[in-house]
Design a protein around this ligand. Sequence first.
Ligand code: ADE
Length: 242
Amino acid sequence: MRADVITIFPEYLAPLDLSLIGQARRRGVLDLRVHDLRDFTHDRHRTVDDTPYGGGAGMVMKPEPWGEALDRLVAGQASRPVLIVPGPGGMPFTQAMARELATEDWLVFGCGRYEGIDERVYEHAAHLAEVRVVSLGDYVLNGGEVAVLAMVEAIMRLVPGVIGNAESLVEESHEGGLLEYPVYTKPASWRGLDVPDVLLSGDHGRIASWRHRKRLERTAARRPDLLHTASAITSADLESVP
Ligand code: ADE
């Protein structure tokens, strides 16, 4: 999988050198490249923003550097990437979207700052890529970089070969539409708090049903909105949760 990130803060993406994603890059499983948008400017101040037409607060990202960056990276290539522009006005980023994007060969992330990117960039980019504006959630960040860190991690960990233990992907939160069950490790008793007996029983059937129940209870308590769309759930399950 190849991914390009265009940003005015390349240093923001430094964590992508660390941990499992960093290792996958070094092993050549992921080809992740970070580009400084200011490298596509031509004035002394390397200007990337200007005041909005029509007035209003803040600054808007100028179209020219974006056009040049996208032309340089994408135009004339044999394949067409998916261009992801993070923004609070986008479609919600979900595990299902991460799974789908993990099957793509090439992703380009465009990090906006200020009040956003000149709208014509999206129109131009649609000739070069499949453009998606994607939101991490209903809150506002200062720019797309933090969102790209989150999305790259969520997507790339699903790319075959990035995570050693593929089994750990199966039972985690949101797979099957339910939240994860609680986990414990040694010691069996800590500060007067005991690990549930069933987990020490060695009875795999009982453990599996206890875990399933905990996933249901947790989902009902924290994310009741998920219960009705979860695939890992039966109608008996639904009747049994509060
Ligand atoms: N940029 C600013 N806010 C954002 C959000 N909620 N999600 C993704 N990108 C953003």
